[in-house]
Structures are given as structure tokens and as C-alpha cells.
Ligand binder design. Structure first.
Ligand SMILES: [Mg+2]
Length: 303
């Protein structure tokens, strides 16, 4: 019998999606950082939909400060809106908690949720609460709407061979340094899509080794990577930069003739955040392959 741990997350998703009627336009259906939906009345904008989940002992632990867990729950979703060139708007929060959870924990969680919503100019629209059996892990699930102007929308699937691959910030070491404290790159994304629109973009949540092949495959491209050039987090080697995950940095493809001008403008606009050329897209079937990165199911021992 085949189990989830045998096939991995991406293969599971592909099998599940094939069973449902999917929305093909205008974002190409499931598979990007957010779903892209036409508004019934065209306001020059497109609706973005996102759902996400944090699970205790997967994405945080009982020792994690609950306020920071709440921040992370919202910030992860904001990072996915940034990945599309859009912005967040309304949030629905579902909590499934074991009954022994302290009330103060839940309130502190919402202090963090509220702070992140204020910082990123979004609103709580509703939610749901449920219990999980005593001793089970808590689940915090977030659904959110956002929007993006038609001109600003950036998909994963529109990169071209020859495009230069770039990444914001530094990769690796998130679990030690920032996974509960990171700032999603929403203002950087907003500036990018207005001034140097990437040909393709996503955020790095599962590690470059997992996410770069996803972007390349969606764009029907191969890729080359300059391992020495990877901007690495404090104390991190190349392997950690590739596979640690939870970086929440932007990975994007840029037309090569714009790269020098972008780098000069970026250094002026965001002097405290690195922007690094890490490789390029090439024709499909060429370039290198990568393995590793975060997979929710692969590599786990059988339950
Ligand atoms: Mg993402």
C-alpha cells in the first residue's frame, strides 16, 4: 500500500487536484502561491485567495511564544500575497485546539494575529473554532483574500529561458534566527512589480532546493544555479541555504537586460536588504537538478 510518506507532497497534490473541477483562468488554476480569480465586475484588479495552516510540533512548538506564532500565521500568508505582486485584505482564522489549551495562550496568539493584521493593513473577517482530542496538536488555519492589479500580477509560470534568477535577503538558518519573527517582503514586492516587474516570482517557504524547481517547472524551463553566490544566513553552509526552508524571501526571474539597472536602484531603495543573482533559467531539459528541501510527507518513517 502506498502511503503519503512514499509519494511526497507535490505528487499528492497533483493526484488530489485531478479529482476536482478547477478554475483555469486567469492564474492557470491551482499551483501558484495564491489562487487568482476574476472579480464579477472588472475593476482593473484580480482577486487573490490563499489558505494556509500551522500545526503544533510541525511549524511551532509548545515552547514558542504564542504571540509570535500568531504573527507567523499571518505573515506566511502575507508572504504569499507578496509573491503574486498583490496585497492582503481579509482574513478568516480557524483554530482547532486541544481542550487543555490555556485561555491566555489563545489570547496571546490573537495578540500576534492582530498585530500582524495591523502592520500589513489587513482585517479579520471571521473564523471558526473547534477542538481536537486531548493531547493532540493544535492547528491554526488561515484563509485570506487579497487583490492585485492586472498589470502587477506575477505568476510562477511565466519565466523564460535566459531570465536571471534573483533572491532577496539570505537563505538558511531560519529555525534558529527568524522563523517566528520574519517580515514578509510585501513592500519590496510592491516596488518590484511597479518598477522592475519580474517575469516570474514566488516566495521561498520550503527551501530553494524545493521551490526553485517548482518555479522552473511551472515556467517550462530548466535552471542553472551558482552555488557559491547563494546568500547564506549567519553560520549556514550551502546545504542549509538550499534546504532549511521557511526563508520567506522572494525568488524571481528578471529579463537579463534589466538586472544591472535593478541592482543599482534596489541598493538605493532597500540598502539594508541584499538582492543577489543566483543563477538563470535555461531551456527545459537543460541545466541542473536539485533535491532536498522541506516536504510535509516524504522521508518520514511509517506511522
Ligand atoms: Mg508560497
Amino acid at each position: 500500500m502506498s502511503r503519503l510518506s512514499d509519494i511526497g507532497e507535490d505528487a499528492l497534490i497533483a493526484r488530489l487536484i485531478s479529482k476536482a473541477p478547477c478554475d483555469p483562468a486567469p492564474g492557470g488554476g491551482p499551483g501558484d502561491d495564491c489562487a487568482v480569480i476574476e472579480y464579477p465586475d472588472d475593476r482593473g484588479r484580480l482577486e487573490l485567495l490563499k489558505t494556509d495552516a500551522l500545526v503544533c510540533n510541525v511549524h511551532y512548538t509548545l515552547e514558542s511564544p504564542p504571540k509570535q506564532v500568531g504573527w507567523k500565521a499571518v505573515a506566511r500568508v502575507v508572504s504569499d500575497f507578496a509573491a503574486m505582486g498583490g496585497r492582503p485584505e481579509r482574513f478568516l482564522v480557524t483554530l482547532a485546539l486541544p481542550p487543555e489549551t490555556e485561555v491566555a495562550w489563545a489570547e496571546a496568539l490573537y495578540d500576534g494575529i492582530g498585530e500582524a493584521l495591523r502592520v500589513f493593513d489587513a482585517r479579520l473577517a471571521g473564523g471558526e473554532t473547534s477542538r481536537v482530542p486531548k493531547g493532540s496538536s493544535a492547528v491554526i488555519s488561515i484563509a485570506a483574500t487579497g487583490s492585485v492589479s492586472r498589470e502587477a500580477l506575477v505568476l510562477r509560470s511565466t519565466g523564460k529561458p535566459g531570465d536571471v534568477l534573483m533572491v532577496t535577503g539570505r537563505l538558511g538558518g531560519s529555525i534558529a534566527h527568524k522563523h517566528l519573527h520574519f517580515t514578509p517582503r510585501i513592500k519590496e514586492s510592491d516596488w518590484l512589480v511597479s518598477n522592475f516587474k519580474p517575469t516570474a516570482m514566488m516566495d521561498i517557504s520550503d527551501g530553494l532546493a524545493k521551490d526553485l524547481p517548482r518555479l522552473a517547472e511551472a515556467s517550462a524551463c530548466g535552471f542553472e544555479l551558482d552555488f557559491e553566490a547563494l546568500p547564506r544566513g549567519e553560520g549556514c553552509g550551502v546545504d542549509q541555504a538550499l534546504t532549511d526552508g521557511e526563508d520567506y524571501e522572494l525568488l524571481f526571474a528578471m529579463a537579463p537586460e534589466r538586472v544591472a539597472e535593478l541592482q543599482a536602484a534596489w541598493a538605493k531603495r532597500f540598502p539594508d536588504l541584499e538582492l543577489t543573482v543566483i543563477g538563470r533559467l535555461v531551456e527545459e531539459g537543460k541545466g541542473i537538478t536539485l533535491s532536498g528541501g522541506w516536504d510535509h510527507f516524504a522521508g518520514l518513517p511509517d506511522a
